[in-house]
Design a protein around this ligand. Structure first.
Ligand SMILES: O=C(O)[C@H](O)[C@@H](O)[C@H](O)[C@H](O)COP(=O)(O)O
Length: 266
């Protein structure tokens, strides 16, 4: 495993602004490397993930990045209909990407949302467990094909950011859930139908996909995350603390505010 570092900011607002600035500067740096055509970034849902995207939109550094060369992916998604407000995609579009597309900085084709549940309300309500699992398996395979189609067999993100749940989950990889233990390097995306955080049906990057990222940041602000920040940072590959499976090729950071990192600094 690569070395881990902890970064603490004074409060939640500065945390979001600092992660936003870090993201923009890192994207620009990647794009500046020789022969580099594009930068691939995976975002996430939840309050911290959304606050960071809002801060990117408001950042004075927004235009250090050539957005025409940026591709956006999701590290996890709630498997609900496309028009649901619960979608991480919806929240991220509202927070940032719709504005970048409307303003002409990006094209919608650069935004790679995870598949939505295309079944009707009735089909969903009457589906057997196996039918729902099939729908999830199919959706995971579709996203994996998109990844491989765009980035090749060794598809990897340049930058990936995750929120961390109070239970230590990241992406949609939950404590003691089997998807966390997928270690087949050919499985990049998985579905699950028993998420303890609603909604129960979700799609997620697997650990093999996550850990081949260049820059990986585990982000958590507020006191509610203090146990999770401690547990995930101080354990390694512990199924009770899913984000302890985080690893990266170049940089692995836990980023928080004073409240969320209090137990790590005690
Ligand atoms: O779909 C989701 O709910 C997220 O992708 C999830 O993994 C989230 O990032 C964490 O639960 C932290 O969420 P908060 O920042 O809201 O606590």
């Amino acid at each position: 495993m690569i070395g881990r570092e902890l970064i603490t900011y004074p409060d939640q607002r500065l945390f979001a602004e600092a992660v936003a600035a870090r993201t923009l500067l890192t994207m620009n740096e990647v794009l500046g490397s020789p022969d580099r055509e594009r930068v691939d970034v995976a975002v996430t849902g939840g309050s911290d993930g959304t606050a960071i995207l809002e801060a990117i939109g408001a950042s004075p550094l927004l235009d250090v990045v050539d957005w025409r060369r940026v591709h956006i992916w999701w590290g996890d998604e709630r498997f609900v209909p496309a028009d649901s407000d619960e979608r991480n995609e919806r929240q991220a579009r509202d927070a940032l990407f719709d504005r970048l597309v409307a303003g002409g900085r990006m094209d919608d084709a650069q935004i790679h949302a995870m598949p939505a549940d295309t079944r009707t309300e009735q089909e969903r309500a009457h589906a057997t467990k196996e039918e729902t699992r099939d729908a999830l398996r199919h959706a995971a395979a579709v996203y994996q094909s998109e990844l491989v189609g765009e980035l090749g067999q060794a598809a990897a993100m340049d930058v990936m950011m995750f929120g961390v749940g109070p239970d230590g989950h990241f992406a949609s990889l939950f404590p003691d859930h089997k998807e966390l233990l997928i270690d087949d390097p050919d499985i990049l995306v998985a579905g699950l139908d028993d998420s303890p955080k609603p909604p129960p049906t979700r799609l997620t990057f697997t650990v093999p996909m996550i850990t081949r990222t260049e820059y990986l940041w585990i982000c958590g602000s507020r006191a509610a995350k203090a146990d999770a920040m401690l547990g995930t940072f101080t354990h390694e590959r512990d199924p009770h603390w899913p984000a302890s499976f985080a690893d990266a090729r170049r940089q692995l950071l836990w980023i928080g505010d004073e409240a969320s990192t209090s137990r790590l600094r005690a």
